[in-house]
Design a protein. Structure first.
Length: 296
């Protein structure tokens, strides 16, 4: 089953659920950043939730930036998604290796840490972006975002995220977001809670070849869910370019650029998000410097 995002409504429109499969996205990120298994699991969960949040954005130019900064050895992780939905991101320490946790699973919580914060910036084309901050609670990512939605966006949301890694790379990855509408009854909410509990881990369901529709039915307990949207395919895609890298060179300042020209006679800039290298010759650097002079 290829990567996909599908939005559903359960219980006659009273429960919203978005399910996502991100196996190809996370595998692409693993290759680009040369991620260790535990870093793949942690970063894969972050990419998945960021895609789910990006999908909620309405406008074409809208995007969401999510930073997770914990006290674990993985350091800072960052992901950016639009509503197409395309995601990109980076991991401070992509090669960390930890022993398995007490349940014999990759120790994502240990890698991320349980102290620190989630920082969300939603740029929706308004004068000021929406900024939300929430403390990390476990470092397992899904619990932390359940906590974020309650504390920062005042919405009760169930979040499930999972990444299965084997010796060949990413076997399965995906997640879901479930949000009750204001008119959802206690009975309907408790049916969903029971469905989530009985369904088990999202990665296990994907590994058992459940379709996103089957997962949505299982976790909500509603066999008559309605598909709202099913035409979106998530992708790992960077928007870097030589022009943007030239802007980065401008931002370091005139003196630093003059030093680079004098000492090195060239520059190589590597994109954080996709590891693509951009080379600038001495002539190109001098041209950038000349433009900086013209703009002053």
């Amino acid at each position: 089953m290829a990567d996909k995002i599908i939005k559903f409504l359960a219980y006659n429109g009273k429960i919203s659920i978005t399910c996502i499969k991100t196996t190809d996205v996370v595998e692409e990120a693993r290759k680009i950043h040369d991620l260790s298994p535990v870093a793949t699991a942690a970063f894969g969960r972050l990419l998945t939730i960021t895609l789910l949040m990006g999908e909620e954005m309405k406008g074409n130019g809208d995007n969401v930036t999510v930073q997770v900064k914990g006290n674990g050895p993985i350091g800072t992780m960052l992901a950016v998604s639009n509503n197409i939905p395309e995601v990109r991101g980076y991991v401070q320490n992509p090669n960390i290796d930890l022993p398995l946790n007490e349940f014999g699973k990759l120790d994502v919580g240990g890698a991320v840490g349980n102290e620190g914060y989630i920082h969300v910036i939603k740029d929706m084309g308004l004068k000021e972006p929406y900024i939300g901050v929430s403390n990390l609670t476990s470092g397992e990512i899904a619990d932390d975002f359940t906590n974020y939605f309650v504390n920062s966006e005042q919405r009760q949301t169930a979040v499930a995220l999972g990444v299965l890694v084997d010796k060949n790379g990413v076997r399965e990855a995906g997640g879901y977001l479930i949000t009750p509408m204001p008119d959802a009854t206690e009975e309907e909410i408790s049916k969903v809670e029971k469905g989530i509990f009985e369904a088990g881990a999202i990665s296990k369901m994907l590994d058992n070849n459940f379709s996103l529709s089957e997962i949505a039915k299982k976790v909500t307990g509603d066999k008559n869910i309605k598909v709202i949207e099913d035409n979106k395919v998530p992708k790992y895609k960077c928007n870097c370019s030589k022009e943007k890298m030239a802007e980065a060179l401008i931002s370091i300042g005139k003196k630093e650029l003059e030093d680079i020209i004098r000492e090195d006679g060239k520059a190589e800039i590597v994109c954080h998000f996709c590891n693509k290298k951009y080379n600038f010759t001495k002539e190109e650097l001098e041209e950038i410097l000349r433009k900086m002079g013209d703009n002053n």
